[in-house]
Design a protein around this ligand. Structure first.
Ligand code: PRX
Length: 633
């Protein structure tokens, strides 16, 4: 078969997959779900336990600040842990965790619930109140999950800052959340090396002085780990004290009470604290997980993301626990000590469903198929992809080599703001490599022009969501105006949500995501704002101005290129270039390291002074920069 024929090939699920799938007829169920949206979501919500049932499924009286399951009383922990203790699930494995050095921890639902209760008691003893935002900055260890769940249990709001972020990123998020309590670790393991976190946490606490209590997990045993008297406590010491006990009451929360804040990058330098709730988020993550990954009690599920991102929040922690699944979690690098690390763990633990990012797939594909073929992966039934468009070559390798042409790939399109999957196949959906296929139940999604007219099949346009859904973000912390401005202003008249992506729909109604239309970059699936990288560069004493763009990169999707204007007395050099790259790492984290820094004398700007990044990008790629009538010079 030629390559172009290959790209047109449609992959149909096997009879076995179809026989097992919960939903056999997507079209019928989809039609029903959008025609009777509230009835659909009420039915889904009824699968959960509520302390008090809702009075109203959807309150649209204050658009775009929608409310779901209004009047309902719940707590996500009741559905994720408490209710399982009343059934045989209490003895089931909730979490299998493997550290990079090979250490293993396994928790039953009962044990996980006990650890969560103990830490909930510790937090209560530290005076943590319902509604208070607790910042968590940790490597990928079980205590991260326990800390998140303990916050939720007492009605506190967690704000997890990804452990790969550095001082400035952490300090900024602590300050915006006005956190009084920080939970961290001395460090973690990555590629055989100790990564020290407490030092970064200490620096961040100096920059944002709101923290009064810092609790640290001892993971790597670093020497000279500075602990401040009366502020710093060791996790294991607190958990060993009588106050920790063994059980704790779960706080009753309103369906609309905040569960967590998760910061994500936007078009300005300041990250946005996206707010999710107990009620709607429980229903939406449970429902999407159940139908898309067809999760059954016997399954072992591995979402190889970091709990510090939305993928981890929704599909490592909350949805799998609500469904009573067995979760696999791994601390370290996929290729450490050898490129077969993941495949050996799939075999060792008998993983049935693996969910990861295109960057990880491309990274492992580089090492060749023999690393995969050494292992018996017959336990795998379904695969998943998220975070960026998956190129057909990587899709086919994942499908043929990892899934042995047996496991459909669920390419799920969604965002921090959506809480859960929005465009996604089900196991029964015929697949086209590179397409996230069709909208999830209840969602009417379209690709439109500026006026809101639907594009013709195959034409590129802007992706919009035309209806509210239970997992949607409720607002941006401390900035409701920005919430309206960013997501609801562009199609205000129609009341549609602007996702910030461009896409195409083909003749069969399949969605093909192209990429961001704003100054947000997806680098290895991580979301970064051009403005964040630019402000990190400008904070260096040698720099007056900077512009950051993403250029296509085979492995990472995009690579960061930064254009820098130096102060007059400074001269460009290789050393300075290296210093600036390191400066960005120190401020934001290794994921933001520019691949290239180019020293320039001027930057293309509009007459109102806005940097035209699109012109820089076109120039760097040797393309036509398009309309430049607003260019100043
Ligand atoms: O551009 C889309 C891309 O990731 C963005 C959302 O990023 P974030 O909030 O970090 O959430 C990532 C994990 C849910 C989207 O606007 N994106 C996400 N999934 C896909 C994708 N692009 C193409 N295909 C996907 N499956």
């Amino acid at each position: 078969m030629s390559d172009s024929e290959n790209l047109k090939k449609i992959y149909h699920p096997s009879e076995e997959v179809v026989a097992r799938a919960r939903v056999k007829d997507y079209d019928a169920m989809y039609k029903e779900s959008v025609e009777n949206r509230e009835a659909f979501w009420a039915r889904e919500a009824e699968e959960l336990e509520w302390y008090k049932k809702w009075d109203k499924v959807l309150d649209e009286s204050n658009k775009p600040f929608y409310k779901w399951f209004v009047g309902g009383k719940t707590n996500i922990i009741h559905n994720a842990l408490d209710r399982h203790l009343k059934t045989a699930t209490r003895n089931k494995i909730a979490l299998i965790w493997e550290g990079e050095p090979g250490d293993i921890k396994v928790y039953s639902y009962h044990a996980l619930s006990r650890e969560v209760s103990k830490f909930a008691n510790v937090l209560r003893a530290m005076g943590v109140q319902k509604g208070e935002i607790v910042t968590i900055y940790m490597p990928q260890i079980p205590e991260l999950i326990i800390a998140m769940l303990a916050c939720a249990k007492i009605g506190a709001v967690h704000s997890v800052v990804y452990g790969g972020f550095s001082v400035e990123a952490l300090a900024e998020r602590i300050e915006d959340a006005n956190s009084r309590v920080l939970i961290t670790a001395d460090g973690g393991w990555r590629r055989g090396k100790k990564v020290v976190l407490k030092k970064i946490a200490n620096e961040a606490m100096k920059r944002s002085p709101t923290i009064e209590v810092c609790i640290t997990v001892k993971r790597i045993d670093v020497e000279d780990c500075y602990m401040e008297t009366d502020r710093d406590f060791w996790w294991h010491e607190l958990m060993g004290m009588p106050i920790a006990g063994t059980s704790a009451d779960t706080e009753v929360t309103d369906a609309e009470d905040p569960l967590f804040i998760l910061y994500t990058s936007g078009t300005t330098g300041k990250p946005k604290g996206v707010v999710h709730t107990h009620g709607g988020y429980s229903v939406y993550t449970m429902s999407t997980f159940k139908y898309v990954f067809d999760i059954k009690p016997e399954d072992r599920w591995w979402c190889a993301a970091d709990p510090g991102w939305i993928t981890g929040h929704s599909y490592i922690v909350y949805a799998p626990l609500i469904m009573g699944a067995t979760i696999m979690s791994y601390e370290g690098a996929p290729n450490h000590p050898y490129p077969n690390r993941w495949w050996s763990m799939v075999e060792k633990y008998g993983i049935n469903i693996l969910y990861t990012s295109p960057t990880a797939i491309r990274g492992l594909m580089r090492f060749g198929s023999s690393w995969v073929e050494k292992h018996n992966l017959s336990s795998l039934r379904l695969l998943g992809s998220v975070g960026e468009p998956i190129n057909p070559e990587a899709w086919r390798w994942y499908y043929e080599v990892v899934g042995q042409s047996r496991c459909p790939i669920m390419d799920t399109w969604w965002q921090t703001e959506t809480g859960g999957f929005m465009i996604t196949p089900l196991p029964v959906t015929p697949l086209k490599p590179g397409s996230a296929t069709k909208p999830f139940f209840g969602n009417e999604i379209a690709v439109v022009d500026e006026a809101g007219n639907e594009m013709k099949p195959g034409e590129e346009g802007t992706l919009v969501i035309r209806n509210p859904w239970p997992g949607m973000a409720r607002t941006i912390l401390n900035d409701p105006d920005r919430y309206i401005e960013k997501y609801w202003k562009a199609y205000e008249k129609q009341g549609w949500y602007l996702a910030g992506d461009s896409a195409r729909v083909d003749e069969d109604g399949y969605f093909w995501i192209i990429g961001r239309i704003d100054d947000v970059l997806k680098v290895s699936g991580y979301r970064l704002g051009s403005a964040e990288i630019e402000s990190a560069l400008v904070s260096h004493p040698a720099v007056t101005e900077a512009a950051a763009i993403g250029l296509p990169d085979e492995l990472r999707g995009n690579a960061i290129h930064a254009f820098v204007i130096l102060k007059q007395k400074e001269t460009p050099s290789k050393e300075l270039k290296e210093e600036l790259m390191q400066h960005v790492v120190d401020e934001i984290g290794p994921i933001a390291r520019p691949q290239e820094i180019i020293f320039v004398d001027s930057l293309p700007k509009t007459r109102s002074g806005k940097i035209m990044r699109r012109v820089l990008k076109a120039q760097a790629m040797g393309q036509d920069p398009g309309d430049i009538t607003t260019l100043e010079d």
